[in-house]
Design a protein around this ligand. Structure first.
Ligand SMILES: [Zn+2]
Length: 154
């Protein structure tokens, strides 16, 4: 039953100056993810720490992966540098529509390049899902305007 002894023996010879520029971006720390323009800003660094509590990643639906990649800024070169087996991170997003409706969405805040890589390789993509509370805790900024208005500049 318990076959969860997955030991990833990655080489620890990660010389920073050897990494291509596109890969160094995250190494600097302070990674964030912007959603709906800059109306939502997530503290990805913090999210990465939160998901290291032993939770299991879930497989992301193919359609969601496609949609997420389509809506993200993707560096085609960097896609080939990432490890597609490393799970991404999904956060909940809450908003109020103009008509007062509550909107609840899931956003891939980390790992869109890995997601793109999985699409290329036709492999399933996995992601850690934050709890609703965690998703709120890592928000650096959320919209003051309602959701549908935010949507206008698309
Ligand atoms: Zn890269």
């Amino acid at each position: 039953m318990s076959k969860t002894t997955e030991s990833t023996s990655k080489k620890k010879t990660k010389k920073k100056d050897k990494l291509p520029k596109c890969c160094r971006r995250k190494e600097r720390g302070g990674a964030t993810y912007k959603y709906w323009g800059k109306n939502y800003i997530f503290d990805v660094q913090r999210a990465m720490e939160l998901v290291q509590d032993g939770r299991e990643p879930t497989e992301v639906e193919d359609e969601s992966v496609r949609l997420s990649v389509k809506n993200s800024w993707i560096d085609d070169v960097h896609v080939t540098h990432v490890d597609p087996t490393k799970p991404g991170i999904i956060a909940h997003v809450f908003a109020k529509a103009d008509d007062g409706d509550d909107i609840h969405a899931h956003v891939l805040i980390d790992g869109n390049h890995r997601a793109a890589r999985c699409l290329q390789l036709e492999k399933p993509y996995f992601a850690y899902v934050l709890t609703e509370q965690e998703s709120k805790d890592i928000l650096i900024r959320k919209p003051v305007k309602s959701f549908t208005k935010v949507n206008e500049d698309e």
